[in-house]
Design a protein around this ligand. Structure first.
Ligand code: FAD
Ligand code: SF4
Ligand code: SF4
Ligand code: SF4
Length: 398
């Protein structure tokens, strides 16, 4: 069945569509030695109905023909915008769905910092979905829950990676007018095992457990975002993404899920209604929309996408842009991460090496790159110290 139907193990994206559809409940998702989930079938219970194979979006490919439009935009609510990874557009759309009596699905940490998909029905609860978390989120039986709400006629917003959106659509097997899907431009997802090892490393260095983790703090600006841990002993770890050990491993593409290196969903023709991304390069395309507080690039992929955008238009600043020009600065939208030749060795040493030594061994930059970056950082700090940075940023304020 599904566990030996895919040609190669690395094709499986861990989307959970097979688990959700199995009428016998005989599929479980098991972690491999790298910490990624793959389906395992209990053949004592399997009735060989093949539903799992039919629901797999890798085996049954979907072709999308649409004419997406691209916009630069950000939320007028500065507090929400600063709490979000890019322009805070996700929260606005989610609030609109809740105002219409709907339910919102997304990725949030549980009490133990495992990233899981779940749903909320109030605006206050949306905070747990806000902000990017750079680890694979576990879908569990969420597609099944989505279907139950849809059948009852409730509006549903599902947000996730493109492969999770594809998994949901493949599981549902039919369209629903009351379903809105948002995906993200997705660099790839690191292994939960690597993330857990990083949490252990941080906690042991302060002898405390963690209260909150944020990957995209904008204290030093959206483009120089920071990773933050707040611990239960009231101490904080704060480091810019280039210095943070975990982000170095993520951005060096050394710990991504194997499927992310040949992602099926790198395309401008997407199954979701809306796609959210960071508008990297905004300073070159629309400098008047770059105040370094976060600008979103969004693709509107369907009529439902246009309709929800219309409903939030008075709460955002937005401008249509040429999609091909925007993608020039955000090639992740159409191109997979490159396979890092050190990846296998990184995972081979994962269990035995301390986290800092592991990252320093496999994710260090060449000396030239380090010197160039240190020079830039020095200039940044100098400008900040003498008060010039605020003035320079003010010139570009929208
Ligand atoms: C793993 C990952 C990789 C990304 N890679 C890129 C990239 O290479 N280039 C780029 O331009 N943008 C990337 N993004 C998207 C971008 O960082 C923002 O998430 C997006 O612009 C939405 O921002 P926002 O300000 O509107 O809302 P935010 O509040 O920041 O976004 C929250 C949304 O992200 C979802 N989410 C958070 N973490 C996960 C996760 N692990 N899995 C599934 N859904 C999640 C939540 O469910 C919610 O829908 C990535 C996001 C993630 C999670
Ligand atoms: S063939 Fe049917 S019963 Fe067997 S694992 Fe697949 S979905 Fe479940
Ligand atoms: S349905 Fe998803 S989790 Fe199951 S085998 Fe296919 S890609 Fe993997
Ligand atoms: S890069 Fe592709 S396969 Fe990997 S998580 Fe993102 S959408 Fe899924």
């Amino acid at each position: 069945m599904i566990d030996n139907e895919l040609k190669k193990k690395k094709d499986c994206m861990g989307c959970h569509a097979c688990l959700n559809i199995c009428p016998q409940g005989c599929i479980s998702m098991e972690s491999d030695s790298e910490g990624f989930w793959y389906p395992a079938v209990d053949y004592n219970k399997c009735i060989e109905c093949s539903l799992c194979v039919k629901a797999c979006p890798v085996i049954n490919k979907t072709t999308v023909n649409n004419e997406p439009k691209a916009y630069a935009c950000f939320n007028n609510n500065e507090k929400i915008r600063l709490e979000s990874s890019s322009g805070g557009i996700f929260t606005l759309i989610a609030e609109q769905i809740i105002d219409e009596g709907g339910v919102v699905f997304g990725a949030g940490f549980d009490y133990d910092f495992e990233l899981i998909h779940s749903y909320v029905e109030t605006k206050e609860e949306l905070a747990k979905f806000r902000g990017s978390k750079y680890v694979q989120s576990k879908i569990g039986d969420v597609y099944h829950q989505v279907k139950e709400f849809l059948k009852k006629g409730r509006k549903v917003l599902f947000s996730g990676t493109p492969c999770q959106t594809a998994g949901l659509k493949s599981y549902l097997g039919q369209t629903y007018d009351n379903l809105l899907c948002i995906d993200i431009v997705c660099h790839g997802v690191p292994s939960p095992k690597v993330f857990n090892k990083y949490i252990d490393y941080r906690e042991s260095s302060v002898s405390s457990t963690t209260r909150r983790i944020a990957f995209r703090l904008k204290d030093e600006g959206w483009k120089r975002y920071s990773v933050s841990f707040i611990f239960n002993n009231d101490t904080e770890y704060l480091q810019t993404f280039r210095q943070d050990l975990y982000m170095r491993a993520f951005l060096k593409d050394v710990c991504l899920r194997p499927s992310c290196y040949a992602c099926e969903f790198k395309s401008l023709h997407r199954q979701s209604d809306l796609t959210l991304a960071d508008f990297w390069g905004i300073q070159n395309i629309l400098p008047e929309m770059d105040d370094d507080k976060g600008t979103s690039l969004i693709f509107v992929n369907s009529d439902s996408g246009h309709s929800i955008l219309d409903k939030i238009k008075d709460k955002i600043i937005y401008k249509e842009v040429d999609i091909n020009q925007a993608v020039k600065y955000n090639s992740t939208a159409i191109k997979s991460a490159s396979y890092n030749s050190k990846r296998d060795k990184f995972f081979a040493d994962l269990d035995s090496m301390p986290f800092d030594q592991l990252v320093n061994k496999y994710c260090s930059d060449r000396m030239g790159v380090v010197i160039k970056r240190k020079g830039k950082s020095l200039i940044y700090r100098l400008l900040k110290k003498i008060g010039l940075l605020r003035i320079i940023k003010g010139v570009y304020k929208y």
